[in-house]
Design a protein around this ligand. Structure first.
Ligand code: SF4
Ligand code: SF4
Length: 114
């Protein structure tokens, strides 16, 4: 987890975090705790807390923009892993929380938080 992410958490409280239900532990081989998800479509679920506004994933702990962590980091979904510190989604979420954009970290070396 990058230093940026540990002091941020914006993307975990800005987007609807949805993914194929098979990534939840309701399916064999899934990892995301199903109790932390809600169905949004016949084959998709979302992290609880991210399906409405204001949004905040139930797995996010701490204070956005100060110190945060993901309580299911090792079990998080592919959607969470796709956002990288410094990419477009990241900086859009940061902007929503009046956090400065990340421009000093090449995407390919950024560590993924969510
Ligand atoms: S990926 Fe970007 S928006 Fe998400 S926690 Fe990290 S720094 Fe914040
Ligand atoms: S990385 Fe963790 S806290 Fe962030 S959206 Fe995914 S599950 Fe929620």
């Amino acid at each position: 987890m990058s230093d940026h992410c540990q002091n941020c958490g914006a993307c975990c409280a800005h987007y609807r975090v949805s993914f194929y239900w098979g990534e939840s532990d309701a399916a064999q081989g899934g990892s995301v705790p199903a109790r932390l998800t809600i169905p949004i479509h016949s084959i998709y679920v979302a992290m609880r807390g991210t399906d409405h506004h204001p949004s905040r994933c139930v797995a996010l702990t701490g204070k956005i923009g100060e110190a945060v962590s993901c309580s299911i980091y090792e079990q998080r979904s592919s959607t969470c892993k796709e956002v990288m510190a410094g990419d477009e989604q990241c900086n859009k979420a940061r902007q929503a929380y009046n956090l400065s954009p990340i421009i000093d970290q090449p995407k390919e070396t950024a560590e993924v938080f969510c």
